[in-house]
Design a protein around this ligand. Sequence first.
Ligand SMILES: *Cc1c(COP(=O)(O)O)cnc(C)c1O
Length: 376
Amino acid sequence: MHSYNRVTVDPRALRQNFRIIQQRAGAGVKILAMVKADGYGHGMIEAARVFASAGCRVFGVAETREAVRMREAGIEGEILIMLGISREHVDLVLRHDLSPLVCRIETVEQLSDAAARLGRKVGVHLKVDSGMSRFGLLPDQVDPFLDRMSTLPAVYIAGIVSHFSQADDPDSDNTRESYARYAAMCDRINGRSPGIRHIANSGGIFYFPATCGDMVRPGISLYGYYPDGKAGAGRARGDRLIPAMTFTSQVLQVKTVPAGTGVSYGHTYITPRQARLAIIPVGYEDGYFRSLSNRGEVLIRGCRAPIRGRVCMNICIADITDIQGVTAGDEVVLMGRQGRESITADEIADWVGTISYEVLCLIGNNNERIYINEDI
Ligand SMILES: *Cc1c(COP(=O)(O)O)cnc(C)c1O
């Protein structure tokens, strides 16, 4: 039984974006595909399979449970657990051959003990803080950490990780400074132990190519968006990223109301003239933000129709006075292309004051999702 609403993902767009990123980063650079947040709303497993088919061998998730789900679905290659692990996850890491980020020595000790008992060695990615002030070792904590780690027999450093706070801004000095701090920490660590270097997110890859290191970690760009939204899309030329997600619904009812009619909760919109309205079964429950009330637009019959009144939990109302021939059952595109018009996640993000990332996660993770053009 299908919903009126659906998210459609085009794997050809995902694959093309992967190829563009590989070209940008350089042929020898590994790509870790970020599939956290259920693949930014595109489906973690499905997206990982598509990236794997394009040659991807490394994946990133937030938590251990996602990594286990990936393995249970048959995803091979390396899976990094970006938020690290706690004691209860140690056995799962070993059983499923996962790669946690670490910055607490206790965790590394627990891993070493468990791996030693199995006669194995486990690789970890050392998380350092080069200016984001999220989790990670500060520069003065690196040497004491390595001193203690060198006494543990069954763990080794597979990678050295940091993260940029402003790489979505091509002019950010902060990114160059953060990279310099990171590179200095890497030099010290690599002086004692090998381990690949990876810091670049989408902003790093597109705006600071010198930071690509041994591996890059794209998220938003794999799904077709630039980290700085429309500005990035505007700068792009030949190898433009392609948004992979479309969000559609259908018209439930069409009605004509006289001038002076209040629309939806609170009557925040009063028709200034006789109006035709389309009732659409989409609301904030479906990730269609309430703050799109009297602000958003949708596509019907290839034309833009403004949202009137408040977006409800499961319903919103669009003004189709100027669009000819709309009837119940017509397709409504809330995000994506219809005819010559299109609405991007960046545009929706601008309407509500957020970023494409949040739009994709909320819409993608709250609707029936299908992949087109291929069996996944
Ligand atoms: C989410 C995330 C990324 C990907 O960032 P994008 O801006 O989506 O490319 C890379 N690295 C880390 C540590 C992350 O948390």
